[in-house]
Ligand binder design. Structure first.
Ligand SMILES: Nc1ncnc2c1ncn2[C@@H]1O[C@H](COP(=O)(O)OP(=O)(O)OP(=O)(O)O)[C@@H](O)[C@H]1O
Length: 110
């Protein structure tokens, strides 16, 4: 299975401008997430915005998949904000944003 994985969180300029999100062409499907997480079989943590699952990409890269199930629009804003920050910071003590996924009902960070 081919995983579409956006190289960077490229809509950050829209966020900074307070504009609308244009993520449609970079979405990672829920089906692909099911594959990556082996049907969300291994939970590694819980946070305010959702559950974090263990997953691995086709090249065996281990990932933490943080999934926000459709909730308040505020939760979604916070989530997008975290993604935007993660995509810009690079530090040995901080995890990198591998990619993100978004469809009608789900939002996730990898
Ligand atoms: N990249 C990761 N690698 C390993 N475990 C992770 C990773 N990201 C999250 N976790 C686990 O999932 C838990 C929840 O993470 P999450 O980022 O959702 O919330 P948090 O940072 O603990 O709290 P908050 O929701 O307040 O930000 C963490 O406490 C950790 O146990």
């Amino acid at each position: 299975m081919h995983h579409r994985c956006a190289p960077k969180w490229r809509h950050h300029q829209e966020l900074q401008n307070g504009g609308k999100y244009h993520l449609e062409n970079k979405k990672f499907t829920y089906k692909e997430l099911e594959f990556i997480t082996d049907n969300f079989s291994k939970i590694i943590g819980e946070g305010r915005f959702g559950t974090v699952y263990y997953g691995h990409l086709e090249d065996a890269t281990k990932v933490a998949v943080k999934l926000l199930i459709k909730s308040s629009s505020q939760g979604k804003e916070d989530f997008l904000s975290e993604a935007e920050h993660l995509s810009r910071v690079h530090h040995k003590n901080l995890v990198s944003l591998v990619c993100y996924c978004m469809d009608e009902d789900h939002l996730a960070l990898l």
